[in-house]
Ligand binder design. Structure first.
Ligand code: ATP
Ligand code: MG
Length: 768
């Protein structure tokens, strides 16, 4: 048989491809050929059934995954077909709204707000309401807005001017929300959430439009269905009501967006909603070597809220998974760079076969430095290079202005933060500088008496530069950065700004300088430092040559595969993320573990995990290997680098302590057993005060119980073994009372996880 569409499919895949009618779901582990089945099914429907490709909607979660799906479909049916309906949820909504938004009297050329635009709006609102980040951060408020939009009827207000009251209507967040909506309304601007909600609104309130789209979309397929949210699922569900052909594909173990509203229940409970559902299970993995798969299977087994399923593979054994432990992060990343060179030499591989994954964007800095040093070309997927981030550039420009007094830095900084030095000022200064053949800074010094230039802001700026020059003589570079931030007003600006990532990134810059000073055993020369940094920023121009190592967060890597994968920064507090755990406790741990599972299962031939010792300047703690490392049997990987007995022991006891706190950490709604007061229910979790508020049934009272109180255990009837899908369903029932992933432990305001992928955040916002 020579059939490019059906050959190379296994029995389950063939079944998935040929079962084109009705409600069908595929539940299977990573690398089992789910996406392959889905793309082959698309091709089959077009090529074998003769359905026009524009009658099939095929959605997935990220832009990158959608591109990959298009590529696979085109490889099967050629370039001639319209594959524009292979897209993301947001992509589909944009397409829909361009055609239908006039139904709600919005112009076709409505504005779409990206994360930066949202921040621009918030900046205005914060100024108007005189709020700074001490009261509220952008992340918090964006999270609040997103949640409000998913639960309240804000569209009546937006579209029909109906009065509306957000939850907690007097809170700061809700005042910001109100103004944010007003600004959106005035500009006909939609944010990412609106794209989905507006689409659903138009469909729900215009039966003729709904019918038109329902009739058009004969087949609907959803990949990565475990990460669909309520509104996303609602969308595909109503669209499928006429032809009733809805195909869901997913892996509950890869749910990594629960914190943003993903509801894996839709996939798991699909057969309850549609009793005729056909379920197809796949358990053969085609992607990874048995050695890699073993590690993946092993990690995910530690999750309690899941249905057990082991993946098997016929792939050759391959080489062992490697854990490298470095003495410091420099050693860690240098080792990665040298291993990359080794792979290239011995495996006949290209740079582009290699991918480096990490938990959050700021971790790329170390890796980038090592790659540059070793002349290894790289590209960052879904993020901005560390040294190109605005706040980093601001600080580096100040350093450069101090030592070099150059015009670029002057232009960037003289009115940043604002000193009232506008266009006229710059015109006059440029004129004089040209006439006198001086750099701008010197020209200003010479002409400060000039009528147009002699402004308070100008004098302040000169005084600032002079003071910093003096500071530079007596302070280390890391201290100097802190002084710059304070004296220049940048620190205050970023803080007011509410954009915490900026401060986080600067902390990371300072900690890298501290390390450098330590390595140097003394002060670092600013001019030399800047020259090195200049190399880091210039490299990005080389975009033509695609043979580059890829750097990305684990979130972005979902659905993709790479021959060689390094997971860097495999450090406790990083993966699992201390912040997520603080915010969402037990549920976060399981989600972090799923992230680890996603990372491992991206690898085809080799998988490396690396970590290093030292001090984490962000968490203020010593660095130890991730607790997840100790969940993997030692015989499943080889260790390289020196992990001393002391560190190993300290790490293991820290992992054991975390593990026990994991087992004894509770979420809202959990039933607990107290040694004296017996059974109780956790009413809320107060992370600020590190305590639960527990209602004890026997005494009928609420008590604050410390997180660290080890005698508090799960009530026996809350610990159920999960072994079958029916159990999982029951568990989901139980979980319905658990805290909403959007809510923090106090249940009041939203929290610090960013819901949008801006340039400096960790998770990818789906794009079209
Ligand atoms: P993930 O859960 O990570 O999204 P997936 O289940 O979607 O994974 P695919 O990406 O479809 O898995 O497939 C993984 C790899 O296995 C791909 O390289 C694919 O080409 C290959 N593959 C899938 N099915 C088969 C098969 N029947 N025979 C050979 N190779 C296959
Ligand atoms: Mg897939």
């Amino acid at each position: 048989m020579n059939d490019p569409i059906l050959e190379n499919l296994n029995e389950s895949q063939l079944q998935a491809v040929r079962t084109t009618e009705g409600y069908v779901r595929v539940i299977a582990g990573a690398g089992s050929g789910k996406t392959k089945a889905l793309t082959s099914r698309f091709a089959y429907i077009v090529d074998r059934l003769g359905i026009n490709s524009s009658n099939i909607l095929c959605v997935t979660f990220t832009n990158k995954a959608a591109q990959e799906m298009k590529r696979r479909v085109k490889a099967l049916i050629g370039d001639l077909f319209d594959v524009s309906f292979i897209t993301t949820y947001h992509g589909f909504c944009v397409r829909f709204l361009r055609e239908e938004i006039n139904k709600i009297h919005y112009p076709k050329n409505f504005i779409i707000l990206d994360a930066e635009d949202q921040k621009t709006i918030l900046r205005e609102v914060f100024t108007e309401l005189d709020i700074n980040s001490k009261n509220l951060t952008f992340k918090q408020v964006l999270r609040f807005i997103s949640k409000q939009k998913s639960t309240s009827d804000y569209l009546g207000y937006m579209l029909e001017n109906k009065s509306f009251e957000p939850d907690e209507k007097d809170s700061l967040s809700s005042r910001v929300y109100q103004k944010y909506l007003d600004k959106q309304k005035r500009n006909y601007a939609l944010d990412f959430d609106d794209l989905i909600h507006f689409t659903a609104f138009i469909l729900d309130s215009n039966p003729d439009v709904l019918l038109k789209w329902q009739e058009m979309l004969h087949y609907i397929q959803v990949d990565e269905a475990q990460d669909s949210s309520d509104s996303q699922f609602h969308l595909v569900e109503i669209l499928s009501r006429v032809h009733q052909n809805l195909f869901l594909v997913g892996d509950p173990d890869q749910t990594i967006y629960e914190w943003r509203g993903a509801k894996p229940e839709y996939l798991v409970e699909f057969d309850r909603m549609f009793p005729d559902t056909k379920t197809i299970i796949m358990n053969q993995n085609y992607r990874s070597t048995p050695n890699i798969l073993k590690v993946g299977n092993h990690i995910i087994k530690n999750n309690k809220i899941r249905v057990d399923k082991d993946m098997v593979t016929d792939n050759p054994e391959g080489v062992e998974v490697v854990h490298f432990h470095g003495k410091n992060d420099y050693e860690e990343t240098v080792w990665v760079a040298s291993e990359i060179k080794e792979i290239l030499k011995t495996e006949n591989a290209a740079f582009s076969d290699i991918t480096i994954l990490y938990r959050s964007n700021h971790l790329s800095r170390n890796i980038e430095q090592a790659l540059i040093k070793e002349n290894i070309p790289y590209a960052i997927f879904g993020g901005v290079r560390f040294f190109e981030r605005k706040e980093i550039k601001d600080v580096l420009s100040f350093l450069r202005l101090i030592v070099q007094g150059d015009n670029f830095s002057f232009l960037r900084l003289h009115n940043h933060p604002s000193r009232g030095l506008g266009k006229k000022f710059m015109e006059r200064l440029s004129l004089l500088a040209g006439e006198q053949n001086l750099p701008l800074l010197q020209a200003l010094q010479h002409n400060i008496e000039d009528k147009e230039l002699g402004k308070k802001g100008a004098a302040d700026f000169l005084a600032l530069v002079a003071a910093l020059k003096t500071d530079a003589e007596t302070n280390s570079i890391s201290d100097l950065v802190k002084i710059i931030l304070d004296k220049s007003g940048l620190s205050e600006l970023y803080r007011k700004d509410g954009d915490e990532d900026r401060l986080e990134n600067i902390k990371e810059l300072v900690s890298s300088m501290l390390l450098l000073e330590k390595e140097n055993n003394g002060p670092v020369n600013i001019a030399e430092y800047l020259q090195e940094i200049a190399l880091y920023t210039d490299l990005d121009k080389d975009t033509e040559n695609q043979d580059k190592v890829r750097l990305m967060t684990i979130h972005i890597s979902k659905g993709l595969e790479f021959p060689y994968v390094f997971l860097c920064g495999f450090t406790e507090g990083v993966l699992p993320s201390a912040l997520s755990i603080k915010e969402r406790r037990k549920r976060a741990i399981e989600e972090e573990r799923r992230l680890m599972y996603v990372a491992v299962t991206r690898a085809e031939k080799r998988f490396y995990m690396t970590d290093s010792e030292g001090f984490n300047f962000t968490t203020g703690l010593n660095k130890y290997p991730s607790r997840f490392l100790f969940e993997i049997k030692e015989e499943f990987y080889v260790r390289k680098g020196k992990l001393s007995a002391e560190i190993l022991q300290a790490a293991q006891s820290s992992a054991a302590a975390s593990k026990s706190s994991e087992d004894t950490s509770f979420s809202e709604g959990d039933l607990v057993q107290h040694p004296v007061w017996n059974k109780g229910k956790v009413l809320s979790v107060d992370s600020e005060k590190n305590q639960y508020i527990v209602h004890f049934f026997e005494m009928g009272k609420e008590k604050p119980i410390d997180f660290a109180f080890r005698f508090l255990t799960s009530a026996p009837d809350a610990q159920e073994e999960i072994s079958s899908p029916a159990d999982l369903l029951q568990l989901h029932e139980n979980l319905k009372n658990a805290p909403d992933p959007f809510e923090d432990e106090t249940g009041k305001t939203a929290i610090n996880q960013n819901i949008f992928n801006d340039k400096n955040t960790d998770e990818e916002q789906p794009k079209w």
